[in-house]
Design a binder for this molecule. Structure first.
Ligand code: DTR
Ligand code: CA
Ligand code: ZN
Ligand code: ZN
Length: 321
């Protein structure tokens, strides 16, 4: 079913129907046998206000500007970013845990936030790395993913959402040093806890200034969820190829956890065909400020950020209801 961009009620119908299909599919994928319970009507995800996401980006930019221009692992800018996110989540009723580790002789931190309730044996987990490179503020890479996951978690609280599955969110440290924080987390999960994670959703660079719309082609159920969302917007997507294994979903995938996510592109160049499909500028990088000092507040495409923030919520609701 193809929808125009308008027609929110029609989109809501697609979302509810797709989530219903997706929910039963993921329970099949997780258990290896058809789900026995009658599929319930999935709750439709709320719109994530892009203004709220942008406000988080502005906070992350201010934090970088006040701390030597970056939010890199082991710096005051990183710890201030983590404290900002934790403060919002604590106030919204999440159970937060700060997980400490050492990398390159410096202390690193992961922030894990659990939304109370839901089946503890079926966890839907969404994450983003919170650290930047030392060269800059890291607004697209990866304040964009961090802010979208934060605002989705806050929407869960605002909606007083009661999902069937348990919801967990994470903001990873030291991704730029080699997926250090997420690897530390997965390695320290008992196997019994790891097997409860029915999906890990990763969001790393989701607001690139010359955006593409890429969907991770790892777990098919999660991939179908994101593709259904974009088809509801009449946006064609492509499989994410630029970075297979180059972000925080990799340790989860290597441990046998179903993973997925969306991505708007880094230093690869947008082709003429992609520009035809998605707009933007052919022959230029998706993000010409990748890992550069110009990855600041102006290095974001608001439409892509809005669409992908809503994609985070769509997948979190669709896979957990
Ligand atoms: N690892 C990210 C950038 C990156 C490059 N390719 C992909 C593909 C999917 C997600 C992220 C990425 C970083 O530099 O933080
Ligand atoms: Ca939105
Ligand atoms: Zn990076
Ligand atoms: Zn990144």
């Amino acid at each position: 079913m193809r929808l125009s961009l308008s027609g929110r009620s029609a989109a809501a119908a697609v979302i509810a129907a797709t989530a219903l299909l997706t929910t039963s599919a993921i329970s099949t994928a997780a258990t290896g046998s058809p789900g026995t319970a009658a599929p319930q009507r999935a709750a439709a995800a709320p719109d994530i206000p892009v203004a709220n996401v942008k406000a988080h980006l502005s906070q992350f930019q201010s934090i970088a500007s006040a701390n030597g221009g970056n939010r890199a692992h082991g710096t005051a800018g990183y710890k201030a970013s983590l404290d900002y996110v934790k403060g919002k989540l604590d106030a919204a009723g999440f159970t937060t845990t700060v997980q400490q580790f050492t990398s390159s002789g410096r202390t690193g931190y992961n922030l894990i936030a659990d939304w109370p309730g839901g089946d503890a044996n079926q966890v839907i987990f969404a994450g983003a790395h919170l650290d930047s490179v030392s060269r800059g503020a890291g607004i697209n890479d990866n304040a964009s993913g961090s802010a979208a996951v934060l605002e989705t978690a806050l929407a869960v609280s605002r909606e007083k959402y009661k999902p069937t599955k348990h919801l967990r969110f994470a903001w990873w440290g030291a991704e730029e040093l080699g997926l250090v924080g997420s690897t530390y987390h997965v390695r320290n999960l008992p196997a019994a806890e790891r097997s409860k994670i029915k999906g890990y959703l990763n969001f790393d660079m989701i607001g690139s200034p010359n955006p593409g719309y890429f969907v991770y082609d790892d777990d098919p159920t999660i991939e179908r969820t994101f593709k259904a969302y974009y088809s509801g917007l009449n946006i064609g997507t492509e499989p994410e190829r630029e970075g297979d294994g180059r972000s925080d979903h990799a340790p989860f995938k290597n441990a046998g956890v179903p993973v997925g996510g969306v991505f708007t592109g880094a230093s690869n160049t947008k082709s003429a065909a992609q520009a035809q499909k998605w707009g933007g500028t052919a022959g230029q990088a998706f993000d010409r400020c990748y890992h550069a000092s110009c990855d600041s507040s102006s290095n974001i495409n608001n439409t892509a950020l809005d669409r992908n923030s809503d994609a985070v919520a769509y997948a979190v609701w669709g896979l957990s209801s």
